[in-house]
Ligand binder design. Structure first.
Ligand SMILES: [Zn+2]
Length: 275
C-alpha cells in the first residue's frame, strides 16, 4: 500500500507545482497543459514525470536549455514525503484522506506566500468550508467546543455535532486570536505585521485542527518565524523591516502540529509535570 501513497504524492506534488505557479497569476490550473515557462514549448509527457524528468533533463528544458526551477523537484519530493509519512502514521482511514487534503492546500500556500507574500482567498476560503464540512467525517475530539457544550449542559457524547462545534470554534478562535495579536502589534509598532490572508489561513487551520492544535500552530509558527527570520535577516544583511512570509511559517507549523502535535503536547505536559 505504501507505493500507492508514494506515487500519489508524486502525482499530486506535480499538480501542486502547477497551482503554485498559476494561482497567483489567476491562470487556470487545468489548461493549458504544462509548458516551459521560459520558451513556452508544451512539455512532452515523458518530460513531465515527477522528479525523474528533472533528473534526466539535469534541470534544463529540452528545447531551450533554460534552467528548470528548483521548486519543481522540491515540491514533488516534499509532497511525496508528506503523503508517505501520513500514511505510515495513520494507515488506511478517513483521517489520512482528510489530512492529505489539508496538507496539499498548505504546501501550495507555503510556497505562494514565500514567493509573493500572498495567501490566495481561492484556497483559504474554500479551505475553511472544507475543513468544517470534513469535521463531520473525522472528528476533533475533546476540544474547546466540546467543553463549551458541556458547560451549556449538553450531553457529553454529541458525536458528530460536537466535532462540528470544535471545528467552528477552531476557525473562529484561531483567526480571532491572530487578529488580536496583529492589532496589538499594530498599536505597538505602527506597522501592519499581519495580513488578512494570515487570518484566513488560521481560520482554515483551526477548522481542520480545532482550538488546541490551532493555537499550538500559531505559537510554533511564530517561533519558527522569529528564529528563521532573524537568521535570514542576519545572513543576508537585510533590514529588520524586511517582510517575512509569516503564512509560510504558519503553514509549515500546521503540518508538523497535525502530524505530531498531540505527542508534542503530552511530552511537554509530561516534563513540566502537569499530568
Ligand atoms: Zn524551454
Amino acid at each position: 500500500m505504501e507505493w500507492v501513497f508514494i506515487s500519489l504524492g508524486l502525482k499530486i506534488g506535480s499538480f501542486l507545482n502547477v497551482c503554485i505557479v498559476r494561482l497567483p497569476r489567476r491562470q487556470s490550473v487545468v489548461s493549458p497543459r504544462s509548458f516551459c515557462t521560459h520558451c513556452g514549448q508544451p512539455l512532452k509527457p515523458y518530460d513531465n514525470i515527477p522528479l525523474i524528468s528533472f533528473l534526466l533533463l539535469r534541470g534544463k528544458c529540452r528545447f531551450c536549455k533554460a534552467n528548470i526551477s528548483w521548486q519543481y523537484p522540491v515540491v514533488e519530493a516534499l509532497a511525496t514525503a508528506i503523503y508517505w509519512v501520513t500514511y505510515v502514521s495513520y494507515g488506511l482511514q478517513w483521517k489520512t484522506a482528510v489530512l492529505l487534503v489539508f496538507f496539499s492546500a498548505l504546501i501550495v500556500l507555503v510556497f505562494i506566500d514565500l514567493y509573493h507574500r500572498l495567501l490566495p482567498d481561492v484556497i483559504t476560503l474554500p479551505g475553511i468550508a472544507v475543513g468544517i464540512a470534513l469535521s463531520l467525517l473525522v472528528g476533533i475530539e475533546n476540544d474547546a467546543g466540546t467543553a463549551l457544550l458541556q458547560l451549556a449542559g449538553l450531553p457529553e457524547s454529541l458525536g458528530r455535532w460536537g466535532w462540528l462545534v470544535n471545528s467552528l470554534m477552531g476557525a473562529l478562535v484561531c483567526s480571532g486570536f491572530l487578529w488580536v495579536v496583529g492589532a496589538v502589534y499594530f498599536k505597538l509598532k505602527k506597522v501592519e505585521g499581519l495580513g488578512g490572508g494570515d487570518l484566513k489561513l488560521m481560520g482554515m487551520v483551526g477548522a481542520f485542527l480545532g482550538v488546541k492544535l490551532g493555537l499550538l500552530t500559531i505559537m510554533l509558527g511564530s517561533l519558527l518565524g522569529v528564529l528563521v527570520g532573524l537568521a535570514y535577516i542576519r545572513m543576508t544583511g537585510k533590514d529588520y523591516r524586511y517582510p517575512l512570509p509569516f503564512g509560510s511559517f504558519l503553514g509549515v507549523a500546521a503540518i508538523g502540529v497535525a502530524l505530531w502535535g498531540e505527542q508534542l503536547l503530552s511530552w511537554y505536559l509530561g516534563i513540566t509535570g502537569r499530568i
